[in-house]
Every structure is written in structure tokens, then in C-alpha cells.
Design a protein around this ligand. Structure first.
Ligand code: SF4
Ligand code: SF3
Length: 536
């Protein structure tokens, strides 16, 4: 069986994963089921143009989320989602179109495997149309993930769900290049809106992130390691572990949970263990206790911890115990994870000390006078936004080297797991303002936008590009695509993107992005740092 997937930065040869397995470990069969999932969603989207229902928007968000890189490798879950999607689609009959996404049908895994051959990315023959459609779908996947998190916390938006439907349906139509580019930009606007919704959901539920020193060492008790992006799972795990003698640690993108007032009050919430997602194969081993994956990024599970890793929400992995959804206002039940933790040794120490974070918009705006004074006095010459994702390739040392090489009068604004490339370097501070300000998870890139807009207002500038801010963005999966489109929609120009430009951008689409937004690939460290300091 073969596949074609080029949705992430680590796609093979920066062309596409084409054979039995992707670079991420995704088997061809799973990739095919994900393609069929998208095709089912296209059918629901076409039907929803005349019969929109919010609950179907939520379903589409969940299903898109499941197809994000490193989120879900479990074929049985995709088969169940495809069946659910087909039932939703058929409940919207009669249809006003006879598009294949509405007329095809199937009921078994074998049917879906067979269908995969004709509905994948390469089904769109024209390279530029394919590129614009996939750029839109990948941005949509990022939006979907953030919309799902917001919905879990009770915040939903018909505008967001309707755009998900509009965008999916658009990929079944013969649109002009201008129409497709307009949808991509609209995707950026909706990404801003969705990140704002999630920010509201998170801060309403858990308070505004505060400057926090996070312990990166370990305690003596057994622990549970929680990873991914879902803060509701974090809350329920902390509550259920009170008084059990089990500690809780965050991993990778869950680190920012340490910054929220609602979570800081728990004494058994010890700190953060380890680094970005791609180090999980060794860090999960040395952690010794159970691991809960709430979302991406889960990587192929190693034997050394396969009996103590769990998934929940849209995350999944074959053979790994999946913690069921909440029912009727009840909480999830993490008791089997807690009971297992009690039998495990404490984590092995891999680091010591503390890191500082919590510089989301409310905290930075509370420090605005100090920041503005530092800019006016020349103590801060430039801000460099280095948000995004981390990944395995050694080429990503570029981001560590840029952070280290930037002059001491610069401040790095970050969010997402990209931070692990430099958040443990001793870069010092400028008059008490740390040189790396971590706003939080990748969705908290929204905070960086709010901060930039605030600075624009304070300095009375007409254009966001007149600020002393440069963008050196690391991308890996599709949430970073949503964040990138959000920045473009806000009119940000001159973004450096690396370590490679996406394989799904055709030469002509790159040309459009260069002409309109001056996007450029990351280059050599010294040249890039010099150009950044000149505002280029
Ligand atoms: Fe390849 Fe990335 Fe797709 Fe995995 S998600 S199959 S690595 S392109
Ligand atoms: Fe990282 Fe997967 Fe993207 Fe939320 S955890 S930023 S890669």
C-alpha cells in the first residue's frame, strides 16, 4: 500500500511521504483513512452549505484535529469517526449536489481502504490548485484543534464552524486563484478569531498566566507526566491526584499549564519534565511513571513505556489504553492512571533548576510601561518572535544559534514547543525583563499578536511592520500553519520561516507569498541575525 502525505515539515525529502510509512511513523493505511476522513468532511461541508448545524461543526473540528501530525495513529478510531461522519452526512439528505463526497458510501474498513486510493492529496492534479487547497486544509486543521479545545471549555463560535464548512466545501469547487488565495487569507483571520476564543476560554477558566519559575527537576514521589495541549484534562488530573501521594509533571506543550493561577495552587504539581515532543522516546522511559497524552504530539510508542502510556481526547495510538470522553457533565476518570502511578518509582532526574515563563498578553501589558521605557531608552533594540514548533532535525539548531547570537539588547518572544531550542540557555535579562519571554502554547501566539498590537498603539504607529519586531518562525505541524496564516492576515511582512519552506507550497504559491508578504526561508545564522537587526 502506498500513501501521499506532505502536511508537515519532516515530510521525506521535503517532497512527500509516499511509501509504506511516513517519517513520523504513520502507516500508509492510517494515512489513507485520514484522507477518507477529510473526504467525508467535504461531504458534510457541502451539505451544510444549506443545512448548517453547530454540532456538525464541532464534529468536523474533532475529526480534522485527529488528522494532525502525531495526533492519532489508531485506525479503529478513524474507522469509527468515518462511520459517524457518513451518518451525519446522510442525516442531511436530500442533497442538492451529486458530488462524490456526497454520493459515495461504505461501511467497513476494507471499503474505506479502497476509497483512499482515489481521494488523497494527489487527486487534485494541478499542482498550484493542490497547493492552495492543502494550505487551506492545513490551516483549517490548526483552527480545528484550537476550536476543539475552546469547545471543551464551553466556548464555541458559529463563525468558526461555518468557516470550517465553507473552506472544506471550497476544496470541491473549481475556484479561481484569487478566490482560493482569499480563502487562505480568511483562514488566517479565522485563526486569529479562534485563538482569541481559546484564549478567552483558557483565561476565563484558569486565570491569566503569570510570571512563573518552573521547576525542571524531580521530587521523590511517583509521578504522572501529562503532555499535549488540553488544559481541561490538566485540571481534572490535578484534582483527581490530590492526596494520592502521586505528583504531576508537564511535558512539552503542557509546560505553560505551570503559569496558570488555577493550577499553581496544587502542591503536588511539581513542574516540567523534559523537553519538546520528539525527545519523548527517552524522556518517557526515564520518567518511570504513567504518561497521559492529551493531544499531539505522540510518537511511535516504545516497548519500554508502552504499558504506562495513555491517550485521551483526539489523541490515539493502537494498543494504548484510551481514557474515555466525559459523560453528561461528569469528569474523565483518570483513576487507572493514578493507581498505576502508585506502583511506579519516582522519575529519574535529567535536569535541575528552573525556567521562567508566563508572559502572555495580560502579564506583558501589566509590564508595558517598563517595556516601553526600555524601547525608548534604547535598552531594547528589537523583539524577535521565534514562536512555533520544534522538530527532530539537527537543522533546527539554527534556532538555538540565532537565540544565542542575537545581540544582548534584543528580546525573544516565543510560544509553542519551538521554545525548547533556547529556553534553557542563559540569555540574561534587560533591566529585569528576561530576554526570552514565553507566552505559552502555540495557540498563545495570539498573545504575541495582542502584544504587538498594543505596542503599535503605544508608539502611535500606522503599520504593524513599523514596529521593531522581526519574525523568525519554526514550523512543524498544521497548528503552525494556522499561526502563520494568522500573522499574514494581520499584515505582518518579512517573516522568516524554517527550517524549510513547506513542501506543499508550489513554486507559484511561494511566489505569491513572497510578492505579497516578503516571506523568506531561514538562511545562515550570522546573515539572518545581521538582517534581523537591520529590520530586514
Ligand atoms: Fe510524512 Fe509528516 Fe505526513 Fe507524517 S505527517 S506522513 S511525516 S508528511
Ligand atoms: Fe509542538 Fe507538536 Fe507544534 Fe503546539 S507539540 S507546537 S509540534
Amino acid at each position: 500500500m502506498s500513501m501521499f502525505c506532505y502536511q508537515c515539515q519532516e515530510t521525506i525529502g521535503n517532497v512527500g511521504c509516499k511509501y509504506a510509512k511516513g517519517a513520523c511513523g504513520k502507516p500508509a493505511e492510517t494515512a489513507g483513512l485520514q484522507d477518507v476522513m477529510i473526504h467525508v468532511l467535504r461531504g458534510i461541508a457541502i451539505a451544510s452549505e444549506t443545512k448548517y448545524e453547530a454540532k456538525n461543526g464541532f464534529f468536523a473540528a474533532k475529526a480534522l484535529f485527529a488528522t494532525i501530525t502525531n495526533a492519532n495513529y489508531d485506525d479503529d478510531r478513524f474507522v469509527a469517526l468515518i462511520k459517524e461522519g457518513l451518518a451525519i452526512r446522510d442525516s442531511l439528505k436530500p442533497f442538492e449536489s451529486n458530488h462524490d463526497a456526497l454520493t459515495w458510501t461504505g461501511s467497513t474498513k476494507a471499503d474505506f481502504n479502497a476509497k483512499a486510493a482515489s481521494v488523497g492529496v494527489l487527486a487534485t492534479e494541478n499542482e498550484d490548485v493542490r497547493s492552495l487547497r492543502e494550505l487551506l486544509i492545513y490551516g483549517l486543521k490548526g483552527i480545528a484543534a484550537y476550536a476543539e479545545h475552546a469547545a471543551i471549555l464551553g466556548k464555541e463560535s458559529d463563525d468558526v464552524y461555518k468557516f470550517i464548512m465553507e473552506a472544506l466545501a471550497s476544496t470541491t469547487k473549481d475556484l479561481s486563484v484569487d478566490e482560493m488565495v482569499a480563502l487562505v487569507l480568511k483562514c488566517g483571520n479565522v485563526a486569529v478569531q479562534t485563538m482569541a476564543l481559546l484564549d478567552e476560554a483558557n483565561t476565563t477558566a484558569y486565570g491569566n498566566p503569570e510570571i512563573t519559575e518552573v521547576n525542571i527537576g524531580v521530587g521523590t514521589k511517583p509521578g504522572i507526566l501529562i503532555s499535549g495541549h488540553d488544559l481541561k484534562d490538566m485540571e481534572e488530573l490535578l484534582k483527581q491526584t490530590v492526596g494520592t501521594g502521586v505528583d504531576v509533571y508537564t511535558h512539552s506543550e503542557m509546560l505553560p499549564a505551570n503559569y496558570y493561577p488555577a493550577f499553581k495552587k496544587y502542591d503536588h504539581f511539581v513542574g516540567n519534565y523534559g523537553n519538546a515532543w520528539w525527545k519523548q522516546d527517552t524522556e518517557f522511559e526515564s520518567f518511570n511513571g504513567p504518561i497521559l497524552m492529551t493531544t499531539n504530539c505522540i510518537t511511535p510508542v516504545k516497548d519500554s513505556y508502552k504499558n504506562r502510556i495513555f491517550t485521551t481526547g483526539m489523541a490515539g495510538y493502537p494498543g494504548v489504553v484510551h481514557i474515555a470522553e466525559r459523560e453528561d457533565g461528569k469528569t474523565k476518570d483518570f483513576s487507572q492512571i493514578i493507581e498505576l502511578a502508585k506502583t511506579c518509582p519516582a522519575p529519574i532526574e535529567i535536569e535541575k533548576g528552573k525556567i521562567v515563563g508566563g508572559f502572555a498578553h495580560a502579564q506583558v501589558i501589566a509590564l508595558a510601561d517598563k517595556v516601553v521605557d526600555a524601547v525608548k531608552s534604547g535598552a531594547i533594540k528589537r523583539f524577535v518572535v521565534m514562536a512555533g514548533c520544534d522538530g527532530r532535525h539537527t537543522t533546527r539548531n539554527y534556532f538555538t544559534d540565532v537565540a544565542a547570537e542575537l545581540p544582548k539588547d534584543t528580546v525573544i518572544l516565543t510560544a509553542g514547543c519551538a521554545k525548547y531550542r533556547y529556553n534553557k540557555l542563559d540569555l540574561g535579562d534587560i533591566g529585569g525583563i528576561p530576554r526570552v519571554l514565553d507566552a505559552g502554547q502555540c495557540n498563545d501566539s495570539y498573545s504575541l499578536v495582542v502584544i504587538a498590537l498594543k505596542l503599535k498603539e503605544v508608539f502611535g504607529l500606522a503599520d504593524i511592520n513599523d514596529l521593531p519586531i522581526s519574525y523568525d518562525i519554526a514550523w512543524y505541524e498544521q497548528k503552525a500553519v494556522a499561526v502563520l496564516l494568522a500573522l499574514l492576515a494581520l499584515g505582518v511582512k518579512g517573516i522568516r520561516l524554517g527550517p524549510t519552506l513547506p513542501a506543499f507550497l508550489s513554486a507559484n504559491v511561494v511566489k505569491v507569498l513572497v510578492e505579497n508578504f516578503d516571506i523568506k526561508p531561514t538562511g545562515q545564522v550570522a546573515e539572518d541575525v545581521a538582517a534581523i537587526m537591520e529590520g530586514k
